[in-house]
Design a protein around this ligand. Structure first.
Ligand code: LMR
Length: 332
């Protein structure tokens, strides 16, 4: 067929059905591993809503919760390859990518409150960590909170010694491995989606997580005790494939940045309440007993955790650790 005949045919087709030639929306696949009714799950839905509304449908955000698309351990590579465009992994999962400094967030008892956490995420440390992702083809957009981690097992854990010999699931972080060892437990790295079954079948004896993750993964069905250690945090970095992000039309990228800013505020505003509500739901289930520590008992956990700070100075960066101490007022 001659070129001008082809052009004429296309023009005729476009007139007959304009929809067929309408511009396709830009699709952002946003994959994550937790349930929809969690701080991260709701934050992702909020970003989708704002992004689609504010771009007038030029951008379509497809959210895949609950490891539907990729498990943790697989999703970073998927992002780098461009199979997904956006993720919000816990910052404890950047070690295998070669960005081990993110494990600063895993140092036990370094944060006392959400305010402490925000001093770090919103300050030079948080922004400096994002810079380390650029060479890996990743752009960091925002930090989203989940909350404080508690220890669960089938026995009450009043002191670190009660963890002795128990197998504990952890995320892929050396600092978390060291933390479990400092408390006497045997750490085992495992994908989040596999934790429920591992607890049910006794592959591991316990795990650490926020009440929100504990409840929405139904861990209260398979763990008899949840000790309120508050020893660490689950914090997320919302990240995008750099090439994809840089390649967006400038006006669209700006609109999406605004949507992300507002979704971040939304997610961080609900995080504490989501966890308080989840804790109340765990209690109400009558299946998991909540163990509250006395101040003296809590001190024993903090003392046992100190070795983890020292041993990981070079992993997370000595200067960074000192800066975080300064920002949070932590006294080693
Ligand atoms: C975990 O693996 O325990 C958490 O990071 C899951 C999550 O994304 O909150």
């Amino acid at each position: 067929m001659k070129l001008n005949t082809l052009t004429a045919l296309c023009a005729a087709l476009a007139l007959a059905s304009p929809g067929a030639f309408a511009q396709q929306p830009i699709v952002i696949k946003f994959s994550h591993v937790v349930a929809v009714n969690t701080p991260k799950g709701k934050g992702a839905e909020q970003f989708k809503k704002l992004a689609e509304e504010r771009t007038g449908g030029k951008v379509k955000v497809e959210v895949y919760p609950n490891s539907a698309l990729f498990k943790d351990g697989e999703e970073m590579e998927a992002l780098q390859l461009g199979s997904v465009q956006m993720l919000a992994p816990s910052v404890s999962k950047f070690g295998p990518l070669g960005a081990r400094e993110f494990e600063i967030f895993d140092i036990p008892y370094i944060f006392d409150s959400y305010d402490d956490l925000h001093k770090v995420t919103e300050g030079p440390v948080g922004q400096g960590l994002f810079k380390k992702l650029e060479s890996k083809g990743i752009t960091g957009l925002a930090y989203w909170d989940n909350g404080f981690k508690e220890m669960s097992a089938n026995k009450p854990l009043r002191k670190p010694d009660d963890m002795k010999g128990l197998k504990f699931r952890i995320q892929s972080s050396k600092v978390l491995g060291d933390q479990m060892k400092a408390f006497g437990a045997l750490p085992q790295v495992m994908a989040f989606s596999e934790v429920y079954q591992a607890l049910q079948t006794g592959v591991v004896d316990g795990q650490e997580n926020t009440p929100s993750n504990f409840f929405t993964q139904k861990m209260h069905e398979v763990q008899k005790y949840l000790t309120m250690t508050d020893h660490g945090v689950i914090e997320y970095a919302v990240i995008v494939n750099k090439k994809f992000w840089d390649g967006l039309p400038a006006d669209i990228r700006k609109t999406l940045e605004g949507a992300m800013k507002d979704a971040t505020k939304f997610a961080n505003d609900i995080a504490k309440k989501e966890n308080d509500d989840a804790l109340a739901a765990i209690k109400a289930s009558g299946k998991t007993e909540i163990v509250t520590l006395t101040p003296a008992e809590k001190e024993a956990w903090k003392k046992a955790a100190l070795a983890v700070h020292k041993d990981n100075e070079s992993r997370v960066g000595k200067d960074t650790l000192q800066l975080v101490y300064k920002e949070t007022g932590f006294k080693p």
